[in-house]
Design a protein around this ligand. Structure first.
Ligand code: AMP
Length: 420
């Protein structure tokens, strides 16, 4: 018989690693909810047009990486490769009051070549703030991501900031860049020599040495920004300076999706290999709502990859696994009824407890208690069961080895007092 495995590029996240994932999400929620962002949960699949129109037909992900399928009703759908377009689709659909501040945690699906830190299903945390073009909102959003990284204990983090311009200045820049690239076509990598006309900006993002060299002499968008875009960028930089958030301006920062306008930013971990050092990024997408059929509405957001964050935390030695909330182990060698009832009672009293099943020996049960990390064992043998009592044994801490008998009635209070 075939033994199934998780599909290539995906993986199972098991305890204790999943506990760290929970902790990352909890810290993120704390940081962004303090700034008024509320959780939005929307479908994992959307009409394929949400992504094709939102991210752009020529974007790498739409061209090569989307999980698209036709459902039984003949609708063409796609698993979400990212979180922004679905949130903007939801914004247009529900028309909440602006500024609408949403956060999400979601799997993202991309048919990429699997490698360390790069998966076909990864998990993203993100925010979107929709309905304001104020550059101070850009500062808020960037500061939230920086604050979240600090809350995890990450220190070796670098922020790069740029501007993609807007409809007034980007087209002219694109034309200028295209002409420059045409003059250097022979020096581009094969992929970009074939594709630069369609989307010249992607060349700036190419990691191959040939394109990197061509890029050095390329015109810079920063020098081609129209006055309002230049003023916007200046205000964002002034805000980051005011908040003491270190950054570098990066003329060649190109985010992968077509929907970006004006501010773009990316955080890298200096503790990770360059191929997977991107730990979060985002930007403005003032044209996205319109692309998805809504009224023109500016917005900005970011996404951060949880797997990458955990790698960065490992590399910096921060965010240890959370201790298990199981503090008590009921070791019942008198038939199991006491374990059944007592665990229920203790859990209802808010005390984390575990037990064994299948009538294990006391020795085996105490081994399980140790593995569970319990501080106290409540031992029930025939004698205790007959007397309506349990034997409390301290398993960890300065009093380890101490034993005493406790009455079964009022036991939850007595145990809570021991744990306090
Ligand atoms: P992006 O939407 O491409 O900017 O991705 C947002 C964040 O998700 C990145 O900064 C990475 O941390 C993470 N990420 C993107 N693609 C992958 C992937 N294939 N596997 C793991 N993490 C990823």
């Amino acid at each position: 018989m075939t033994r199934f495995q998780a599909p290539s590029g995906t993986r199972d996240i098991l305890p204790p690693e999943s506990g760290r994932l929970e902790e990352v999400v909890a810290r993120f929620a704390r940081v962004v909810e303090l700034a008024g962002y509320g959780l939005v949960v929307s479908p994992l699949f959307e009409d394929v047009g949400v992504f094709r129109r939102g991210m752009g037909e020529s974007s790498e992900i739409v061209r090569k990486e989307m999980y698209e399928f036709e459902d039984k009703g003949g609708r063409l759908l796609a698993l979400r490769p990212e979180g922004t377009a679905p949130v903007v689709r939801a914004f247009i659909e529900h028309q909440p009051p602006t500024v609408w501040k949403a956060w999400y945690v979601t799997p993202a699906f991309r048919y990429e070549r699997p490698q360390a830190g790069r998966y076909r299903q990864h998990h993203q945390l993100g925010v979107e703030a929709i309905g304001s073009a104020d550059p101070d909102l850009d500062v808020e959003v960037i500061a939230l991501l920086a604050g979240f990284f600090s809350s995890l204990g990450l220190e070796r983090v670098e922020l790069r900031v740029s501007s993609m311009g807007d409809g007034a200045c980007l087209p002219a820049y694109r034309t200028a860049l295209r002409s420059y690239l045409a003059a250097h076509e022979g020096a581009l990598c094969a992929e970009h020599a074939a594709r630069y006309r369609e989307n010249p900006l992607r060349v700036l993002d190419c990691k191959r040495p040939s394109c990197r060299q061509v890029r050095e002499g390329a015109p810079r968008l920063r020098h081609a920004l129209c006055e309002p875009c230049a003023a916007h960028l200046a205000r964002v930089c002034a805000g980051l300076d005011a908040l003491g958030i270190a950054y570098k301006e990066d003329d060649f920062l190109v985010r992968g999706f077509d929907y970006y306008t004006r501010t773009t930013f990316e955080f890298s971990s200096l503790a990770l290999e360059a191929a997977q050092d991107a730990i979060g990024g985002g930007g403005r997408y003032d044209g996205l709502a319109e692309l998805l059929g809504g009224r023109p509405t500016p917005g900005i957001g970011f996404a951060s990859g949880i797997e990458r964050l955990l790698l960065a935390c490992d590399a910096e030695g921060v965010l240890p696994s959370r201790p298990s909330p199981v503090t008590v182990f009921v070791a019942d060698v008198a038939g199991g009824s006491v374990a059944r009832d007592l665990t229920h009672e203790l859990r209802r009293a808010g005390i984390g407890c575990e037990r064994a099943f299948d009538g294990r020996s006391l020795k085996a049960q105490l081994r399980l208690a140790d593995r569970a990390g319990a501080r106290l064992a409540l031992i029930v043998g025939p004698e205790e069961a007959a007397a309506g009592a349990v034997t409390l044994r301290v398993l960890r801490g300065p009093q380890a080895g101490h034993q005493e008998r406790l009455a079964r009635s009022g036991l939850a209070e007595a145990v809570a007092a021991w744990l306090a």
